[in-house]
Design a protein around this ligand. Structure first.
Ligand SMILES: [Zn+2]
Length: 313
């Protein structure tokens, strides 16, 4: 049994932690590791996406507080620790041409300001492994793209004693992964599962419009079907954001466990080698906590895997 290691999952706003990587976080919590979710913003500009709650005036009056309460419930269900980075939701701009982003929002923050806030959290929590989104945000919300930018900048700066000297003692996380929950393999598996049952598949259009130039390299596949129920309950805790009759729940948990019992990740940067067929985010790290900690503060690390790409959206 490995010692208690630390995983930090950086997300744009509340509900992302439940839709991306949640069963893996719950698994690591149950296995005795420490997992911290960092929400960059409060999701203040989100829409109410659950049709049952769309016209509820109490929710409309203070969506920010409703979302804090939802996050607290999801956090308790997943068993993770949670912190707010304290930035303000940029909203998802819509229209042609797109309207300008609202003043003071996360995506307009100077990168160094947001990076320093995350570096401070990294140096306090001292994660061995981090997760974030890929360079395209996984989905083109300005806060998802900013989440990537800031996570990568903080990952690179946290171990550098000359960077942000007022934000704590240097600590170098050993790896950072991109969430790839909606990998092509999984979407195909879900599509085929529904088609085999003679049901209509919402994934058909998705696959038809799939852009092959945006194919991702899945380096790591973590089996986590035992924790799908916890993930679903955490998602449902974000009641304003999740339609209980929506596509998230179209494929039954039993079917999911049969056709795709994994969560997919893509290694972004790593100071330890990423081996073919990796099945654990802590793979390649010392299983002894003192040794893992010593590695993160050794100051002599060199990059062993660089999966960074240029942004295409
Ligand atoms: Zn999101």
């Amino acid at each position: 049994m490995a010692d208690r290691l630390r995983l930090m999952c950086v997300h744009a706003h509340p509900d992302d932690e439940s839709s991306k990587g949640a069963p893996v976080m719950a698994k690591y919590v149950d296995e005795g590791h420490d997992v911290l979710v960092v929400s960059c913003t409060g999701g203040e500009r989100g829409d109410v996406l659950n049709p049952n709650l769309a016209d509820n005036p109490e929710i409309q009056r203070d969506l920010a507080q409703v979302r804090r309460d939802e996050m607290a419930r999801a956090q308790a269900i997943l068993g993770v620790d949670h912190t707010w980075l304290g930035f303000v939701d940029s909203g998802l701009p819509e229209g042609d041409p797109l309207p300008p982003l609202p003043e003071g929002c996360f995506a307009l923050e100077p990168v160094e300001v947001a990076t320093e806030a995350l570096v401070r959290e990294i140096r306090r929590f001292r994660p061995h492994v981090m997760t974030t989104y890929d360079e395209n945000g996984g989905y083109p919300h300005p806060d998802h793209i900013m989440c990537h930018t800031v996570s990568m900048a903080a990952f690179e700066a946290a171990g550098d004693p000359t960077a942000y000297p007022n934000a704590g003692d240097p600590w170098q996380p050993l790896k950072i992964y991109y969430n790839q929950t909606f990998s092509r393999g999984r979407v195909v598996a879900f599509h085929e599962a529904l088609t085999a049952l003679g049901e209509e598949s919402p994934y058909a259009a998705w696959l038809e419009n799939w852009d092959p130039s945006r194919e991702r390299t899945i380096t790591t596949r973590v089996k986590c079907d035992e924790w799908f129920e916890r993930r679903d309950n955490a998602l449902l805790a974000h009641a304003t954001q999740v339609d209980p009759n929506g596509n998230f729940f179209r494929v039954s948990r039993q079917q999911q466990a049969k056709v795709w019992p994994w969560e997919d990740f893509e290694a972004g940067l790593s100071y330890v080698p990423i081996v073919e067929g990796e099945d654990d985010l802590f793979a390649g790290l010392p299983t002894d906590l003192a040794e893992a900690d010593a590695l993160a503060t050794s100051g002599t690390l060199t990059i062993a895997h660089d999966g960074r790409k240029e942004r295409t959206v």
